[in-house]
Design a protein around this ligand. Sequence first.
Ligand code: F6P
Length: 502
Amino acid sequence: MTQQLLAAIGALPRPDLRTIFASDPGRLDRLTRIVGPLRFDWSKTHLTPEIMAAFGALAQAQDFTGKRDQLFSGAKINTTEGRAAEHSAERGEGAPDSVAAAKALHQRMRALIDVIEAEGFGPVRHILHVGIGGSALGPDLLMDALGRDAGRYDVAIVSNVDGCALEEAVKNFDPSATLLAVASKTFTTTETMLNAQSAIEWMTEGGVEDPYGKVIALTASPEKAIAWGVDETRILPFNEAVGGRYSLWSSIGFPAAIGLGWDGFESLLEGAAEMDRHFRLSAPEENVPLIAAFVDQFYARIMGCQTRAVFAYDERLRLLPSYLQQLEMESNGKSVKADGSPVDGPTAAITWGGVGTDAQHAVFQLLHQGTHMIPVEFLASIEPGHAFDPAHHRVLLTNCFAQGAALMRGRDNAADPARAYPGGRPSTTILLDDVTPHALGALIAFYEHRTFANAVLMGINPFDQFGVELGKEIAKSIETEGTSGFDPSTTALIELALGSAA
Ligand code: F6P
């Protein structure tokens, strides 16, 4: 059924983007949607009413509305792990019991923040947050985008197990004025536990008498945090049914909650809730995350595009591409469907990107003249984030819009092919009113739901990530068994760099 529907989409006429507006004057309005602070423009993609309708039929065949209802009702939609996916409940949109539980845990976080601010932990000027993957990327994105001038605390987020990362993070921190937040859903992740242990040692060496008294844990496994040495009163738990890469709304978002202030954190949650309501209640043809998934599916499965590029024309959003890499590739980089059968086509496009205008001077050559067709997503904010000459923002936005136009328009040059641009290359533009907690909340929730919508269209369970386990197991076995049983290449590398008794 899916294959037939995809074949039907593949057989539909595809407009030539170079002339598309001339033949379809209503196109811009038809392919623009506004949700709260975000404006989405798909008019420079190949979407036509016929392609949209055909994807609508695919969504129906894949029971999109049923699956969406299950997501918000707290049903065990993560079938391979037998649990729900309740990140929306953290924003107040989900099963009533889960919403109430999330609110209570947020209040617990708020109360602990009050204690920290009242110097109940002694003087705190620095927050050292250690976590990795979903326990770091979200807080890092939030703090980088919104926390630069919040000025309440110096917040450092350390993820890599490379000691250089920790060393760099604490180099200007005073150990006696540092609060250590250990962020790990499982509280077993090797990198995080090693970083946390080294941070404790750094505090001890810095003269802190009771370093564990300056530790808080952000986790869905409170018993493990207690066993590790964190006092029960300093644990901020969250719901096991909130996946790691969907967890910034829970206590994992602690750096943002304390760094931006509680109002800022609530505003982030409200922005996400606005997108939740849009996703939950809108008809498919109006539904922004679903339309974005149609575009993704069209380029990945019909046009054979292997990658998708995201360029934020806003320095505040420079970490968005890395955040999206985990969200999209860890969720949908699968080869089997939720029922275990093989997928019937390519799955998650490889997500990559950068920040404009920097990327124009580095990778855009390939986008304009290379042999790959890469759908590009541009993001920009109408309001600038600085007080310098408005010329900065004008030049930034001019460049952003010029790139989309150039990709689409191209330029013939039969006399000098090296200077010709094929054109006809698609892009989407997402305009934010401003980079505020509310807008960022809505934007991140949009990407979460888009990832889910893609998964539904492909029949994938986006909420497990078994693909990351094998490498972890092998790393452990190198620690415990050394080189035994490995191929000659791996054995030589271990012996050379770690010694034979690894
Ligand atoms: O290894 C992948 C992963 O499980 C991610 O899904 C997760 O975000 C990350 O590791 C960190 O896990 P934890 O929060 O349990 O330390």
